[in-house]
Design a protein around this ligand. Structure first.
Ligand SMILES: Nc1ncnc2c1ncn2[C@@H]1O[C@H](COP(=O)(O)OP(=O)(O)OP(=O)(O)O)[C@@H](O)[C@H]1O
Ligand SMILES: [Mg+2]
Length: 455
């Protein structure tokens, strides 16, 4: 987003075109057009962030109002500013009806006004774009069809829940939030991995006054509070067997039974569950209820891992690089850099890719993510100073450990539990390694320091 905004100026007066072009070019990329027909060709070929449009085009068949209409149809995202000396009320009204950002009267010293209007319009456009893009990014047909399918199921108000499967960091939660936002549905979530065991039941299903010591008044549970909306059971694979049994009833009967109550209450809720775990295997091991799995298995949506959607690797990398740029610096990626990203297998998926780009931008002095920079951002820091007594084998082992550790921590945005789980060690070991490999500083530069502390 660090490119200069692209502006089209359409005016039949060549002096105005020239002087505006000169005065605005330090901040904006300017295209000019002295005829309406030429402007239309340009609009077809470029996506303008904003346009400055005159209304009268002397001796031409088409005028500025026509151009505004053309923008409306062909490039509705362009912010339109009319710059005109024509104040005849009819024209002004006609023009303002057409989604104008601002009308500026071409009289006296209008430049300051025009400049600030243009700045405002382009900043607003950028902010809106970022917001819109952050809503959901993908270039992958497979992911798009997952999205469509989920919305279709919810739209039809199916009773059966949706189960979203995907490796860690593929965007399961992100997808659910996006669906809820897009469908304007209320969303209530509970994370089965982090919900406190002692209060899980009362939080999920609610309780009646006196149900247990401390239950001084009735409480509506999270599930019931999602009435007429969506309830998201995140990390369903981490759900205790007790809660699984109760959830099954809720899913089957579409009613909740608050703790201490003898009466079930009907609910109208669409359930979405997600996990990165293999529920079939868990069921075989007796860790997941077979009947609940059957219930969840009706609509299964799989978000493919990043390594299976090269189009997204490219897309996200470019997007996040662009996002990191500012006025002075523009980050880009070279072809061999892309090759490296494409050949990596991304165990932490989008979350990891985001961290890798962040790591490159913060720790590297380059602005082009080439193959070397990509390799080192993916996982390799410098060797810690080697003590003379350290053997080569030990150094190698340490390097591998350090690489793995960094990768795991980056993949999970600094989440010590998840990194530990991935590496099959406990959290204290992670902390010891961070200290041993002198990574505290690098991680806190990336704002990941807190996540690896054991406190
Ligand atoms: N489609 C997307 N567009 C933009 N960013 C995304 C998208 N999907 C995921 N992300 C980013 O990736 C990060 C990980 O996504 P999310 O937390 O939804 O993954 P997850 O599949 O729920 O992971 P986990 O299994 O570890 O809980 C998010 O912070 C989000 O910024
Ligand atoms: Mg998640």
């Amino acid at each position: 987003m660090n490119e200069r905004p692209l502006i089209l100026i359409c005016d039949d007066d060549p002096h105005i075109l020239k002087s505006l072009q000169i005065s605005l070019k330090s901040r904006f990329e300017i295209h000019i057009s002295s005829t309406v027909s030429e402007a239309k060709i340009k609009i077809k070929n470029h996506e303008y962030d904003a346009a400055i449009v005159d209304l009268n085009f002397e001796g031409q068949e088409l005028d500025g109002v026509h151009l505004l209409d053309f923008f409306g149809k062909s490039s509705p995202g362009t912010y339109l500013i009319v710059l005109s000396g024509d104040q005849s009320v009819k024209r002004v009204v006609e023009a303002t009806r057409r989604k104008l950002f601002q009308f500026i009267h071409k009289e006296g010293d209008y430049f300051a006004d025009l400049y600030s209007t243009l700045t405002r319009a382009t900043e607003l456009k950028k902010a809106n774009e970022v917001q819109a893009i952050q809503k959901y990014l993908t270039n992958s047909p497979a992911v798009k069809s997952v999205l469509k399918m989920a919305e279709k199921i919810i739209q039809k108000d199916q009773d059966a829940p949706i189960l979203i499967l995907g490796e860690t960091g593929t965007g399961k939660e992100f997808l659910v939030r996006h669906i809820a936002e897009n469908m304007k549905r209320k969303l209530v979530s509970a994370n089965m991995a982090t919900i406190a065991k002692e209060t899980a039941e009362s939080n999920l299903f609610g309780h009646e006054r006196g149900a247990f010591t401390g239950a001084v008044q009735n409480k509506i549970g999270l599930i019931e509070s999602a009435n007429n909306g969506l309830f998201f059971l995140d990390e369903i694979g981490d759900c205790s067997l007790d809660i699984q049994a109760k959830l099954l009833r809720v899913l089957q009967e579409k009613e909740v039974m608050p703790l201490g109550s003898s009466r079930a209450r009907g609910i109208n809720v669409n359930f979405i569950a997600a996990t990165h775990k293999n529920l079939n295997e868990m069921a075989l091991d007796g860790d997941f209820r077979e009947d609940l799995l059957q219930r969840l298995n009706t609509f299964v949506l799989r978000i493919p891992p990043l390594r299976e959607r090269p189009e997204d690797i490219n897309f996200y990398a470019n997007f996040y690089l662009e996002e990191c740029g500012d006025e002075g610096v523009r980050y880009t990626i070279s072809n061999d850099g892309i090759e490296v990203l494409l050949s990596y297998n991304w165990p932490g998926n989008i979350r990891e890719l985001k961290s890798v780009i962040q790591r490159f931008v913060v720790l590297s002095n380059r602005t082009i993510l080439n193959a070397d920079a990509a390799r080192s951002a993916i996982g390799i820091g410098e060797l810690s100073p080697r003590s003379s007594s350290t053997s080569i084998i030990e150094v190698k082992e340490n390097q591998i450990k350090k690489d793995e550790l960094l990768k795991a921590i980056l993949a999970f945005d600094g989440d010590k539990q998840k990194a530990a789980k991935l590496l099959g060690v406990n959290v204290r070991t992670i902390q010891r390694w961070v200290t041993k490999f002198d990574l505290t500083r690098s991680l806190s530069d990336l704002n990941l320091g807190k996540g690896v502390s054991c406190d």
